[in-house]
Design a protein around this ligand. Structure first.
Ligand code: SAH
Ligand code: SF4
Length: 352
């Protein structure tokens, strides 16, 4: 006997107004939608059965067409330094990765915005898997909610960084919808200052972001100081070059213009010379900027090397002498390939 199973819509990913509409469409009062919003995001209750505040009839009506679907944790690997890499299996059997990084007083959750990435940076493992699809708002939020449910985010303060797989500004609508639910005090209640979106430099979207009322922190993956080098490393530079990228960073209205972080991957013999450091100072002149130096995380499939610690230190010193706040990103989760640019999952099951 065949059973026809219409896929139910996911309630995770819907905002308050949409949940109100869901409630009304089922003949319920609008406050039932607001209750649902509270139950899902604030109380992190993922079973309709357990939502005893809601009338039983309403819940059973909901159950007919909706469900609460959190991405499934397919695998988790813990590094010697405490970093945990989560492998999520999505409902179409695609996989994404997220990384939880414990630091002294906080935890940072690095989440994905797309399955794969089509920007094609030559030093990045995610680029090797190509682009599959954008994540939905529910899948973006689902990474945070699933890890919270797994018990790994029990402490109240944590940061979220969009530095996993994908280019978040190529999935801007879904990323911003998830961001608004994350920051809503009636939902996840994270401070918008604790959320960072990292981009390879999608200038038209950055330009559009200037008119948002609330923004996450911005991190720009600069990674080179000359257009010819950046053209090679990050093909997106052939569309929007360093001048256009830095101009749009400078043009953020002052109320939104918090300090922008510039990420800079140090590739031995390619981007790590003293001259690069001096050029970087010139490029950032007059900007409220912070620099994160990321020593390249090697992969045998890619033709780059990590600079020596001395080289990294020398590069940092040059920037510090020019009064630019500069941090060297400590490599975390090395033994489980959970570091920046190492997230990629090539296996993908086909529908059975
Ligand atoms: N697509 C976005 C966010 C994900 S990549 C972006 O590019 O900003 C997150 C960071 O990892 C970027 O700064 C990127 O430059 C860096 N990165 C990519 N591959 C890396 C590698 N192999 N070693 C070190 N950093 C890497
Ligand atoms: Fe995509 Fe970022 Fe990797 Fe470039 S560095 S390929 S933009 S994930």
């Amino acid at each position: 006997m065949y059973q026809f199973c219409m896929k139910k819509s996911n309630l995770i990913g819907l905002n308050e107004a949409e949940l109100v509409k869901v409630a009304e469409s089922l003949g319920g009062r609008s406050f039932r939608g607001r209750q649902l919003y509270h139950e899902i995001y604030r109380r992190r209750e993922f079973s309709l059965d357990q939502m005893t505040e809601l009338p039983k009839k309403f819940r059973s009506q909901l159950e007919q067409s909706f469900e609460i679907r959190v991405p499934q944790i397919h695998d988790r690997q813990q590094s010697e330094d405490g970093t945990i890499k989560f492998l999520f299996r999505l409902s179409d059997a695609k996989y994404i990765e997220s990384v939880l990084i414990p630091e002294d007083h906080r935890r940072t959750l690095c989440i994905s915005s797309q399955v794969g990435c089509d920007v094609g940076c030559t030093f990045c493992m995610t680029a090797q898997m190509g682009f599959h699809r954008n994540l939905t708002p529910g899948e973006i939020l689902g990474q945070v909610l699933a890890i919270a449910r797994d018990g790994c985010l029990s402490q109240p303060g944590f940061n979220v960084v969009f530095m996993g797989m994908g280019e978040p500004l190529y999935n801007y609508r879904n990323v911003m919808k998830a961001f608004r639910i994350m920051t809503d005090s009636k939902a996840l209640g994270l401070s918008y200052r604790k959320i960072t979106v990292s981009t390879s430099g999608v200038v038209p979207v950055l330009s559009r972001m200037r008119s948002e009322t609330e923004l996450p922190n911005l991190a720009i993956s600069l990674n080179a100081t000359r257009n010819d080098v950046r053209d090679e490393l990050m093909p997106i530079n052939q569309k929007w070059d360093l001048n256009g990228l830095l101009d749009v960073c400078r043009s953020f209205p002052s109320k939104l213009r918090r300090r922008i972080t510039f990420e800079y991957v140090l590739l031995s013999g390619v981007t790590d010379s003293d001259r690069d450091a001096y050029r970087l100072i010139t490029l950032l002149k007059g900007m409220k900027a912070k620099v994160n130096l990321i020593p390249y995380n090697p992969d045998p499939a890619l033709p780059f090397d990590r600079p020596t610690p001395d080289r990294v230190e020398q590069f940092r010193e040059i920037l510090m002498r020019a009064s630019i706040s500069t941090f060297v990103r400590r490599t975390r989760g090395d033994d489980i390939s959970a570091a920046c640019g190492q997230l990629a999952h090539l296996e993908s099951e086909s529908h059975g």
